[in-house]
Design a protein around this ligand. Sequence first.
Ligand SMILES: [Zn+2]
Length: 345
Amino acid sequence: MDFKDITRLLQSLSPADRKKVHLMLSREFDAAESAASRLIEEIREQKHKTGFTCPHCGHNKAIRNGTFQSPYGGSRVTRQRYLCKQCGKTFNDLTGTPMHRSRNKELWVSYIELMLEGHSLRKCAEILGVRHERLFYWRHKVLVALKKMESILPFEGIVEMDETYFAYSEKGSRKVEKPRKRGGVSKRGISDELVCVLVVQDRTKQTFSKAVCRGRILTRHLEEHIAPRITRQNILCTDAWRAFKTFASKRGIAHYRFKSTESKRVKGVYHIQNVNNYHSLYKRWLSRFAGVASKYMDNYLAWFKFLQENKELSRQALIRSMFVAACTPSTFETETSLRQARFAA
Ligand SMILES: [Zn+2]
């Protein structure tokens, strides 16, 4: 049945029945509108925990500065505007969120729901009526925000650390780099055609995961990415690779090493089975995307981490939590900035 059929059907109804349909639809619009204002309310509370914080300069010297009408689905909602006393710029509750400037604000919650259900972009496009190319950028706007929510707290107690590798990929980029000349064979056969993903996890399941370099991981990568979060209070478990050994001994951290050739890779509570398990779960989960560009690897790692950390939530709570998390940090990614980004590690 298409729109024309529905119109014809409506015209055939009695005036009383037509009134009933009208009331039913307007109730639905009201429900959508109040759901939207509840979500915006929640985003506001998360973003402005320490006063009205300006997404442009970060100061919390902003004041309310009138309201404005904003389209939301088929209706309009009243929203608050703020003025920053520090930088003089104005903003609203959605400035610096993935929805900023989006013409389909009402579709974002549904899109996040579809993301969580694991649908392909084409399937999402079919359901939402938004081009799948655009939805690809929606996905990454959400993921960039999740990535920004990463913890920087120190790890507790026993810390497992191990790296895994993915083929370097520029999937989707129009201009493919010329193959570079390489001098000799890299250590242990791991060349810079591979991207190294480091996973660090303590037993409270606090996790760090990041594409840290191309080729074999070195001590300086560990120093750069993970050093402030591991101290002498921790006990480190890794494989036998010498970068880990150098890192631990330089910083005076107790260290257990497990050779991959050894059959017994557990010493009491010391092992690296949780991070190895994390690697294999991540690889299995990632395979649904049929290859991702390396420059987006950290985005997918952030998504997977979010799912792991929120496994216990109900479906509705998970949708809500991902939506609010995506809108909490200030990000100003655009389709152009995402397209032009390069693998940074
Ligand atoms: Zn400001």
